[in-house]
Ligand binder design. Sequence first.
Ligand code: NAD
Length: 481
Amino acid sequence: MIEKTPISVAYGDGIGPEIMEATLKIILAAGASIEIETVEIGEKVYLRGIETGMEPSAWDSLRRTRVFLKAPITTPQGGGYKSLNVTTRKALGLYANVRPCISYHPFIRTKHPSMNIVIIRENEEDLYGGIEHRQTEQVYQCLKLITRPGSEKIIRYAFEYARTNNRKKVTCFVKDNIMKLTDGLFHKVFDEIAGEYPDIVNEMWIVDIGAAKLADKPENFDVIVTPNLYGDILSDVAAQIAGSVGLAGSANIGDQCAMFEAIHGSAPRHAGQNVANPSGLLHAAIMMLVHIGQYKVATRIFNAWLKTIEDGIHTYDIYNEGISVQKVSTTEFTDAIIRRLGEMPKVLKPVSYESSKPMILWKKDEHHKKSIKRLVGVDVFLDWERGSPDDLGMALSKVSAGPLKLHVITNRGIKVWPNGLPETFCTDHWRCRFMGNDDTIIQPYHLVELLKHVIEAGFDCIKTENLYLFDGIPGFSAVHG
Ligand code: NAD
C-alpha cells in the first residue's frame, strides 16, 4: 500500500459538487491512495466579502498539501471580485498550464478524428501581469513582460513533458516578427533548450499562421508551447475542435504546488439535476494522480473511462443518435466507469503511465554570466496635443542635457519626426527618443537633468524608459518608419 498523499479538494459551485463526488468515487474505487482535505472556495466565499473567493484556511491547506483538485466555481456578476484562478496561479507560482486536447473518434463527434495534442501555456507572465495604465486622454497601455527564467521554465517543462510522455515533437508559437524583444526572447530560449533534446523534433510557427494550421490540421501537432495570451486563446480553440470542451482537464504546475481542474465552468443551469458529465474533472484527477506518482491507478482509470466511452455509455452532452448506446446520468456514468476498472478499450488506444517517472523541472542557473549593461539614452513619453510633429520636434530639439539630444519622435510606434509622413494619424501620446553619440557615456543624472529641462519647457512628461545596450546589443526596439 502506497502512503496516502494529502490533497486539498474544493467542491465548487453549480455542477461542481456532483462532478467532484463522481470523480472522487471513481478514483477511490480505482485504488487512489489519497487523504482528502476539503476546502471551501467560490461563490459563497465571494459573497461573504472575501474578494479572492478563497478562505484563508483554504490557502493554509493548499500550502500544506501542495496538491489541489478543484471543481469549477461561479464568479458572481459585477463587483470587484478577483479571478480565483489567476490569484491561485500567481500566489502559488503555477507557471505551466497543461491541457491535453484529444479526440475520441468514432465515439465522440469531431471533425478531427486523429487529434491528440497537448498545449503547454506559460501561466504567469506576458500581458497577464495586470500592469495597465491610462497615460493620456486617448491612450491606455498594458505591459507585456516576458522573462528569461519564465521562458526557460515553461520551455524546459514542455520538452520534459514530451520526453516523459513519449511525444515526438514540440512546436513553439510566438509573434517575434513583430515583438522582436519579448517574443524574440521566448523563441531564442526555445532554440537553446531544444538543442538539449535531440530526440525530440522541434519547430517554430508565427502564431497567426500556426493557429490557422492548428485549426485546420491539428493532427500535424504534438506538444505546443507558447506564451500566456496565445496559449489562453489556442487551448480553448484546441479543446473545442477536439469535439470535447466538456471532456478536457487541465493541470497548473509549479515547482512547489499544482492545481488540477476541468476546463469548463460551473454550468449553473444544469446544477442539481444529476446530468453533468464528470469527465473533464476526472481527466484532471488522472493528471493529478500522475503528478503524485500513482501511475498505475491513473492508467486503470483512463482505460476504464475509454472503455465506457467506447461502449456508448454517454452523458447528455456527448450523446449522439447512431453512435451512443445509452444516455446516462452523472451517477450512472460514474458507476459504469467503476464497473470497467481493469478493462481495456478495444478500438481507442489504451493509455499507460506505468513507465512514467518524475519530470526534471527547471533549476536556476547559478553560473549565468551577467551582461554588461550600458545606458545610451532615454525615451521620454509626452501627453501633448498642441501642434504637428514638426512643431514638437522643433521645440524639443532645443532641449538637451549633457550628451543627450533629440534623436527621433514616434506616435504609436511610427516615426513622425524627422521626415514623418503627413498621412500618419497622431494621438496625444508621443515617444521622444534622446540619445548621445556612439562613444559618449550617459550618466543617470543626465536623465534627471533632461527631464527637468523638458518639464521647464512646458511639456507634460508621463513616463520614461531608459535605453540600454546589453553586451553591446540594444535592449530596445528600433523605430518603425
Ligand atoms: P460553462 O462551461 O459553465 O457552461 C457552458 C455550457 O457548457 C453549459 O451550459 C453546458 O451546456 C455545457 N457544459 C459545461 N460543462 C459541462 C459538463 N461537465 N457536463 C455537461 N455540460 C456541460 O460556462 P459558462 O456558462 O460561461 O460559465 C458558468 C460559470 O462558470 C460562470 O460563473 C463562469 O465564471 C464560471 N467558470 C468557471 C471556471 C472555473 O472555475 N475554472 C471556468 C469557466 C467558467
